[in-house]
Design a protein around this ligand. Sequence first.
Ligand SMILES: *Cc1c(COP(=O)(O)O)cnc(C)c1O
Length: 322
Amino acid sequence: MELTLADFRAAHDVVRRHLPPTPLWNYPLLDRETGAEVLVKHENTQPVGAFKVRGGLTLLDAMSAADRSRGTVTWSTGNHAQSVAYASNLHGAPCTVVMPAHASPARAAAVESWGGRVVLTGDTLEEAQRHAEKLAAETGARVVSPGDTPELLAGVGTLYLEILDRRPDLDAIVVPVGSGTGAAAACLVAAALAPGCAVIGVQSAASPAAHDSWRAGDLLSRPSRSTVAGLATGRGYDLPQRLMRGRLADFLLVTDDQIAEARRLLASAAHTLAEGAGAAAMAAVCSRPDLFAGRSVAVVCTGGNADRSELDTLIDRRDGAA
Ligand SMILES: *Cc1c(COP(=O)(O)O)cnc(C)c1O
């Protein structure tokens, strides 16, 4: 399976029927902070609050009417779940999301608000996956893997078309990585449209499975201790890792504290509410002036679904602010 530019263009035709292009804004205060020309791609403005909605729309559109009527079953703790629920709702297709029992009630409520059915079970995402596969076997619904589904990758790639159609001269795009679908799609789109633009991944140092897998050229499991939802994956996913191999220019790690600092910077300098994963690219650009100063860089603000603890830490109480 190799996605071509034509696949991404076709996915964009689908996505554009439902969603306008998201803004790509420059903020002088961010430029001053980083010494770079920074362009923020605002996927936090999507109706589900994250870029993944592009994948859900593309997947549901590609299914036959018969498959859609049997619906989908997937597993997720976060934005992937909302994406599939949102797209299923548009098509009147049933959608079940299995989440670990400890998943945040707010995230379950968001899925239900789009008409999705939530099943809470087990302690881990791996257990949720097994339960999802069992439900699918019983009902004939399609099992949707968050990381290894080509339609999702084609869909999320449309955001890189929007960036590079406007700015093919960019030096780099920095992409937060969990499973790697976004970064893999970015690599393919950049290779076709802007071969001079480096795609750089970033993950939390506390959950380095995708980073370590890419460096090793192998699918590795790693402890996942990051509190940043979306980046906190425990293993490398096959499809995105294969696509990132030899195409991703670099893969950086940042700490959860650097991500929190970048969330505060986006709030104060770009009036943007980012969740942790949505601020990781900004954190990477702030932490590496050796790589980015003097360059034109797009940072993808992948999502704005900040949870309660992320809202609490938007104010840095260490410096006495209350
Ligand atoms: C899922 C997600 C990511 C990671 O994307 P992958 O395609 O899994 O690498 C980053 N940011 C946000 C907000 C997400 O929801």
